[in-house]
Design a binder for this molecule. Structure first.
Ligand SMILES: [Zn+2]
Ligand SMILES: [Zn+2]
Length: 577
């Protein structure tokens, strides 16, 4: 009876190692509790060693037949259930608690099991098969796009709870996902098979993002890989690279043509040509070049319409910048740099854990490259990052008058009922949010927001975003490309209006008497804003803080105001009222 011995030994060892948690893990609490209850009520289960394979055949009171062995996933049950049913759990529970009496024969293997039982503490579950899956094959199994998303999520920061017991449990703490791994007993199992056997709470039978992400978290936890090393895995594939080169050479050719002919002799259809190349860049996955081409197109339109803001220097600069970017993409050997040079489409959004965002105001804008819209600014306090939500629409294919009505109606509601004012000035708890690399929040329908209290910006720690010394503003400006700050002015001087340049100028001082200027170029849209500042001056009621854009002009730092914050808690979206 060698095979019986062997079978008993194997299943015995397995049974000693599993616990209730394990059985719940492979099924669920409901089925497990049901199995336990039914077992209490039922009569003894008939257990015999199955003939064909080394397994146990169990016959339940009602005639249901189960075959179980040391591989829980290889169970068989005569009932119609397609997943692990209560019968199987009943059999395991029964055999486990009756191990000794069931096989009362003086059995060597059982004695061995007994000693195993005593040494249970030293018995370790082995998840090494799971750990041994290399990252490259994970990327292949899951697909590049979803894999890149995981890398971004891990960099963003996802809280994980890892528990190594009879099951390896990896919990996404703030999201509702739990991944469970059963210790492997099979030999020579492929990465796909291993991942197929992993149980995910999303119920996916396939390899889902959670399973792969859980594995990567576990590998980091075990010290197999470093978080920093993940970044280089975020890359473009080789097949894609061929396409990139194709797109890039089209762009280069167009730029050469434009430079060769010169702006004054460009053919009439040149804007169409630039637009169609921009569209091609979109399909070739070259978003940066696409954006730049649109901007060149607007520049050419300015020239054609004899608009005073056309500048030949800026035009040439744009053309050569596009050309050098195209060259750089062509010759780039570093995957990470290539990724940055090409840029990403708006669609490259990824899921983030629930987050509290403080609405600090909104701004309306229109761009030379043919878009207009409203951008909402949100602050996240833990990491001190700014997030934005933008609703915009292209204007490059129509000449209709600017109309914010449309953009106004597209508030980032995330299921919240609220006006633009409310949503831009309250804190929001965002669940199932999606963001991209620039921390832009997507308008995804899955995202759900909860409107919390009105933002009190005086209570928030804005870290480096807060500036009350203009020297710091200048230092920060040269280092970072972000040009958005919350500034606190110590005093305001009398404003003036530069009639030649049609510009409102308001000098402001910091505590050390350094001066910078608020400058607002007069336009129909900006008229109200200028009036607002004139009113502040008359009433001597200046805001205590302001959200501003900063920029350098002729070596001087200038600021454009976006939002005014008053000490009484009032928040005014300066470009919107
Ligand atoms: Zn069953
Ligand atoms: Zn899943």
């Amino acid at each position: 009876m060698d095979s019986t011995d062997n079978c008993l030994k194997k299943i015995g060892t397995f049974l000693l190692n599993i616990d209730d948690e394990f059985l719940i893990g492979v099924s669920n609490k409901g089925i497990f509790n049901r199995a336990k209850k039914d077992l209490e009520k039922s009569e003894a289960i008939k257990v015999e060693v199955a003939e064909e394979d080394s397994a146990l055949k169990c016959i339940l009171e009602d005639g249901t037949e189960c075959v179980i062995n040391e591989d829980i996933k290889a169970y068989k049950c005569s009932c119609p259930s397609r997943s692990i049913c209560k019968h199987v759990l009943m059999c395991y529970l029964y055999v486990k608690s009756n191990l000794n009496s069931l096989f009362s024969v003086e059995n060597k293997s059982l004695n061995e099991n007994k000693s195993l039982n005593e040494n249970k503490e030293s018995e370790k579950f082995d998840f090494s098969e799971f750990l041994n899956i290399d990252i490259e094959s994970l990327s292949k199994l899951l697909g590049e796009k979803a894999f890149n998303e995981i890398v971004k999520r891990i960099n963003f920061g996802v809280e994980i709870e890892i528990e190594e017991a009879s099951l390896l449990t990896i919990k996404f703490k703030e999201e509702d996902h739990v991944v469970k791994v059963i210790p492997n007993i099979k030999e020579e199992i492929s990465p796909k098979e291993i991942l197929d056997e992993v149980i995910c709470s999303c119920k996916s039978k396939e390899i889902c993002r959670h399973k792969v992400e859980a594995l990567i978290h576990y590998e980091i936890f075990k010290g197999f890989i470093k978080k920093e090393d993940l970044v280089i895995l975020n890359k473009k594939s080789k097949a894609e690279k061929t396409l990139l080169i194709e797109g890039v050479s089209l762009v280069k050719k167009l730029m050469e043509d434009i430079l060769f002919v010169g702006i004054s002799r460009l053919p009439e259809n040149i804007t169409d040509k630039v637009e169609s190349t921009a569209l091609l860049c979109h399909s070739y996955n070259l978003p940066n070049l696409e954006k730049m081409l649109r901007s060149v197109k607007s520049e050419i339109e300015l020239y054609i319409n004899k608009n005073a803001s056309f500048s030949i220097a800026s035009f040439r600069k744009k053309i050569s910048y596009i050309y050098t970017t195209a060259l750089a993409i062509e010759n780039c050997k570093d995957e990470n740099k290539l990724y940055k040079l090409c840029g990403e489409h708006k669609s490259a959004y990824y899921d983030i854990p629930p987050i509290i965002l403080y609405g600090i105001g909104a701004e309306s804008w229109s761009s030379k490259s043919g878009y207009e819209g409203i951008t909402y600014y949100y602050f996240e306090e833990n990491k001190g990052n700014l997030f934005t939500y933008t609703s915009s629409r292209p204007t490059y294919y129509d000449n209709k008058k600017r109309n914010y009505g449309l953009a106004y109606s597209e508030v980032p509601s995330f299921g919240i009922q609220g006006s633009l004012e409310e949503i831009s000035q309250h804190s929001i708890r965002l669940v199932n949010g999606k963001i991209n690399d620039e921390r832009r929040i997507s308008a995804s329908g899955q995202s759900k927001g909860q409107l919390l209290e009105k933002t009190d910006i005086y209570k928030l720690d804005f870290k480096e975003l807060f500036i009350d010394n203009w020297q710091k503003l200048l230092q920060g400006y040269s280092k970072k490309n972000t040009n958005l700050y919350i500034i606190k002015a110590e005093s305001y001087e009398k404003s003036s209006f530069d009639k030649i340049n049609q510009r409102f100028i308001l000098p402001i001082y910091d505590a050390e008497k350094n001066m910078i200027c608020i400058e607002i170029d007069y336009s129909k849209e900006k008229k109200r804003m200028i009036q607002k500042f004139e009113r502040m001056e008359r009433l001597k009621k200046y805001p205590g803080r302001m959200l501003v854009h900063t920029y350098l002009k002729e070596g001087q730092l200038r600021v454009i105001p976006i939002v005014a914050y008053y000490e009484n808690g009032d928040i005014v979206n300066l470009t919107l009222n």
